[in-house]
Design a protein around this ligand. Structure first.
Ligand code: LLP
Length: 422
């Protein structure tokens, strides 16, 4: 059997010596050293995807959407490459700080930032807070005034664009919990209030219409509305609002047969043509940077009828159960000439919904000890992972040029037990 390294595999994936190799290291060696399940991240691929965004918007700003996957090492790569970082909770902010991100390059999102979170962000010198409600607007104005800071802010606008994606990931419509409605006039009122607060400085408008979007028309519609709104505000208030941050959301292919998504350059061209020259553009890609860089490695434990059980499951990848997300998997640790049969790859959790890949052709001689590799596992998997059934979360290992580095270590039962008073 030869593995065709198709669109869904990271750049440095290859079929070598009868097994899948990632970043120049065979999956057998990776599993032996780090155990399974494990998330293997191709660092060069991550960096190349960051560069592709920078090349696409050379005079814009690329804020990596940290919610897709964040760790101090990742923060270090972003810093080195000159990207900015979008965080949306105090926890993500703590990782940004731990990773040594310059405060000025961090943008703080979220629809319910606490007073403590705002205090910490402003005291740290965060570059920008994206305001999401009137409550937060006055809360932040007070925090900044008390700390003697003129805090830079953007206003999150709900542009009324319904992107073609899963309902859970669509955020641009009028029914969204995020942002200030453009249509209802709330966004205009928020701008008026910010301009009246001496402790706040309005540096831009923000919108994010959703995630895993392939259709460039939705991005274009949002950009056009936002640009028109920005021009209207500048006229009405006789101010300059220098920046338009149009969020993340570019989709990726998860299955070999999926259509190729638009490239960062395709999206940038659409945004640039919808927004007048002179307005600085920012974007917040998460999934399109980290998603394709990472392969999840699992070991097969049992094969029973049509079920292949592996040593992870819905605790490390809840996406199939939460969203009906589809993945593929391949036998990665050896070749097999045995004809394929259709199986369902399931996890080790105590519910029938614990399915990783449904109805997948895999070699008929699949057996305990085999390694399965699931591509496109970098975004919203380790970051969404939980401890259902007290299963410790897997590590994330960065591979590059034949060497491997722990980015997140494996969680242990001791880590879990530490939560209980003794
Ligand atoms: N900016 C904002 C304000 C966001 O809310 C998000 C994602 C991003 C940027 C990054 O979007 P991306 O480029 O990664 O699409 N848990 C879901 C995805 C939720 C997306 C949340 N917001 C999933 O597993 O697919």
């Amino acid at each position: 059997m030869t593995l065709v390294i198709e669109n869904v595999w990271p750049r440095a994936a290859a079929w070598a010596g009868g097994e899948l190799s990632l970043g120049g290291i065979g999956v057998g060696a990776l599993a032996a050293e780090f155990g399974t399940p494990a998330y293997i991240l191709d660092e060069d691929d991550f960096r190349a995807r960051c560069l592709a965004w920078q090349d696409a918007l050379p005079d814009g700003e690329i804020h990596y959407g940290g919610k897709a996957f964040l760790a101090p090492a990742v923060v270090g790569w972003l810093d080195e490459l000159g990207l900015s970082l979008d965080v949306c909770t105090g926890g993500e902010l703590a990782v940004a700080i731990a990773g040594g991100m310059p405060p000025g390059r961090v943008v703080f999102h979220g629809n319910n930032k606490s007073l403590a979170e705002l205090n910490r962000a402003v005291s740290w010198g965060i570059g920008c807070v994206v305001l999401d409600s009137f409550t937060e607007l006055s809360r932040l104005a007070a925090v900044a005034a008390e700390l003697g800071v003129r805090q830079r802010v953007m206003i999150r606008v709900t542009p009324g664009v319904d992107a073609d994606t899963h309902a859970a990931w669509a955020t641009g419509g009028e029914d969204s919990k995020f942002g200030f409605s453009l249509a209802a006039g709330h966004a205009a009122e928020a701008v008026r209030q910010v301009l009246a607060e001496s402790s706040l400085e309005l540096i831009g408008l923000h919108s994010h219409i959703g995630s895993q979007i392939f259709d460039l028309h939705s991005f274009e519609a949002a950009a056009t509305r936002m640009a028109a709104f920005l021009a209207e505000l500048e006229r009405a208030h006789r101010v300059t609002i220098p920046k338009l941050d149009l969020g993340g959301g570019l989709g990726i292919a998860y299955l070999p047969g999926d259509p190729a998504p638009p490239s960062p350059a395709d999206l940038a061209a659409v945004l640039r043509s919808a927004v007048p020259d002179g307005v600085r553009l920012a974007v917040e890609p998460g999934r399109s940077i980290v998603g394709p860089t990472t392969v999840a490695l699992y070991e097969v434990g049992t094969v029973k009828g049509g079920f292949v059980s592996v040593d992870g499951g819905m605790s490390d990848n809840p996406r199939p159960a939460m969203y009906g997300a589809n993945y593929t998997a391949v036998l990665a640790s050896r070749t097999s000439e045995t004809p394929a049969r259709t199986v369902t790859v399931v996890g080790k959790h105590c519910e029938s919904g614990d399915i990783l890949v449904r109805d997948l052709p895999l070699p008929g001689d699949l057996r305990a000890g085999d390694l399965l590799a699931v591509p496109c596992s970098g975004a919203y998997q380790r970051s969404l992972a939980g401890n259902y059934n007290h299963v410790p979360r897997p590590p994330v290992i960065a591979v590059r040029d034949g060497s491997a580095t722990i980015v997140v270590r494996r969680e242990t039962e001791e880590d879990l037990l530490r939560l209980y008073p003794r």
